[in-house]
Write a protein that binds this ligand. Structure first.
Ligand SMILES: C[S@@+](CC[C@H](N)C(=O)[O-])C[C@H]1O[C@@H](n2cnc3c(N)ncnc32)[C@H](O)[C@@H]1O
Length: 287
């Protein structure tokens, strides 16, 4: 019989070719928390406790799935984002820490604003829209995605987390055909697909194999397509004092700034994420 610490060591050893030591440890703690139905901090208290057979079998099965490259969030069906727990599956991007920084930026700027309408373009699991609705309770939040399956997951997450979000299944490239003329937003936010096929080479195989390509990739010849379209939408449907917030491709930061400038946006603010990559941008319309 192994104790919990031995399972933690086994995970680090067996996953060394896929993940670095920190990542393996985080993965083990997620597995531990799921199997034990306890918070990860509890591990420190019982690391030398022997693991009973049923739990050992679960640790082993999870390890085998992980070795095949399946992300832990898909195995346990959940991911943490901005202090909330979201259901995720193969149709939704696993929420990333850098996106939490974008959400935090908006929450800091709009915490004291009363009348707030927000549109989240490409909502996926709903992590941006739902976190904003949770922390900005005065906001009315719409969230849009082309994927029927992603919208179903996002709806479940909103119900589970107890926030009202209006979900729309639609293709943002066709926004002009479904947006009501009178609709106005204070904040238009998006983390759209922004990875070019050339960048695939440098990506982790488990991302390529298990995460939805619809959520990740854009065509090489038009990598800023979604920013272009979202900016056009914002020009028509954003309140005059409103702002755009985009997560961006760090390698295309300058081009994204240029695109927004050309479209008549100003007050551009580019921000780096915790890894010092230019990852977020905000802009307002020049009146
Ligand atoms: C990078 S993911 C972001 C998901 C989520 N907002 C997040 O930050 O984790 C991009 C999302 O855009 C959606 N998407 C792709 N093409 C779209 C389109 N033409 N119209 C609307 N949504 C689209 C994908 O289904 C995916 O959920």
């Amino acid at each position: 019989m192994k104790d919990y610490k031995s399972w933690a060591d086994e995970y680090s050893k067996q996953l060394a070719s896929l993940y670095d030591a920190d990542e393996s440890r985080q993965i083990f703690l997620l597995a531990y928390s799921f199997i034990r139905n306890k918070k990860a901090v509890h591990y420190a208290l019982e690391r030398h406790t022997l693991v009973e057979d049923g739990a050992s079998i679960q640790f082993l099965h999870m390890l085998q799935e992980l070795q095949r490259g399946r992300p832990i969030q898909h195995i346990i069906g959940e991911a943490d984002f901005y202090g909330l727990r979201f259901k995720v599956n193969e149709h939704t991007l696993i929420p990333r820490p850098e996106t939490e920084e974008l959400v935090d930026w908006i929450i800091q700027e709009y915490a004291d604003i009363r009348d707030l309408t927000i549109l989240d373009i490409g909502t996926g699991s709903g992590c941006i829209a739902i976190s904003l609705a949770k922390h900005l309770p005065n906001a009315r939040v719409d969230a849009l995605d082309i994927s029927k399956e992603a919208i179903a997951v996002a709806r479940e997450n909103a119900v589970q987390l107890g926030v009202p979000v209006n979900f729309i299944q639609a293709d943002i490239l066709e926004w002009d055909s479904f947006m009501q003329d009178s609709q106005r937003y204070t904040v238009v936010v998006s983390n759209p697909p922004y990875i070019t096929p050339k960048e695939q080479a440098g990506m982790h195989s488990n991302v390529l194999q298990y995460e939805p390509h619809l959520a990740l990739f854009v065509e090489e010849h038009n990598p800023l397509l979604f920013y272009d379209v979202a900016a056009d939408l914002a020009k028509k449907h954003m309140e005059s004092h409103g702002a755009l917030f985009f997560e961006i491709n760090q390698y295309l930061a300058e081009q994204t700034v240029d695109l927004l400038r050309k479209k008549g946006f100003g007050r551009l603010r580019l921000r780096k994420d915790l890894n010092h990559a230019a990852r977020m941008i905000s802009a307002k319309q020049i009146l």
